[in-house]
Design a protein around this ligand. Sequence first.
Ligand code: KG4
Ligand code: ZN
Length: 385
Amino acid sequence: MRILSIETSCDETAIAVVEATGGIKKPRFKVLENFISSQIKIHRPFGGVVPMLAKREHIKNLPKLLRRLGIRSDVRGQMSNVPTVTAIAVTVGPGLEPALWQGIEFGKRLAASLHKPIIGVNHMEGHVFSVLLDAKNSKVQSANSKASKRLALRATRLAFPAIGLVVSGGHTILVKMTSLTKWVKLGETRDDAAGEAFDKVGKMLGLPYPGGPEIQKISEKGNPKAIAFPRPMLNSGSASRSSASSNYDFSFSGLKTAVLYYLRDHKITFENKKKIRTSVSIRKSVAAADVAASFQQAVIDVLVKKTMQAARQYSARTVFLCGGVAANKPLREALDREAQIAGIPFLVPEFIYNTDNAVMIAAAAYLGKLTKRRYALTAQPNLTL
Ligand code: KG4
Ligand code: ZN
């Protein structure tokens, strides 16, 4: 199948063309085109994603990305120069409702004018199946920069049972997969998602949105042992507990509050939020780096320990990590190290496939099509795995 996929669930507008082969036994994905237009700069002054602004940007960016594929449309909406595609795929949820609708409506119009079927995709399945993608033979082009890179194709290295940690801005899910089509959620966050906690703590430290990469950056100068922040629910996954459904739940809101209280009690404030590095005193930036590093370490400790507990309990043959927070280098390294110690192969997508992209949506569409799993073509903000 050659799939033209569309992703607009949050603040990235993305379109890809992916050739999927191999069937359910050995799915392989060759990335022919991969365009991402990031809206981070637009939302940054607001400290987070503004749904109506995201919608407006998707409306603007989708036709632009389509033109970058070489597709032209005349005044009557007639398409020309269209690459041969078998189907259109579009994210239907979870995500911001107005943003989702833009992708869905655009995808429907495109499918109708090309006379092709359209497949609704669950964004979280996209993140999971991003572990099947390999960067070496795909083409990456940022709509904001002209950079492009040829990367390779690879068959799945996922062996089952697999334990996966899916960590994004909206979700923190531990999943057990027994095949590419069967999985159960072992646990998820009871409050904030891991990425959300990174973003909120970033804000407290006066860092620009999104906080995740910024916290990682300033943590390099900080001491992760400087402050003993709590490790919420660290031991709740121990095998002594009986109820499997809640054993592996997470909670990050207490940790976030602990950071808030620490800053308050130590009278550390970052008034000039946009210019932290130039405006705050050296004492404050050292403090911010220590707070960031200690917070990041607390999150990593919880995520890694629980993932490895589940991996051992279920005799996992692969441990994988995906979602935007999987871009966090110390987290990737910590989980890789622990999986190695346990003798379990570890899989994490290339950096370009951690945060939102349309390639993973094509991969999930292919597997969904093979297994006849269907999603209605309506915006479903609360869809989960
Ligand atoms: O998957 P994603 O692109 O969008 C959602 O589906 O939510 O994830 C975005 C999240 C944001 O919360 C962002 O701060 C976080 O991923 N993130 C990171 C890093 N890069 C992105 N968190 C920690 N460290 C990073 N390097
Ligand atoms: Zn995502």
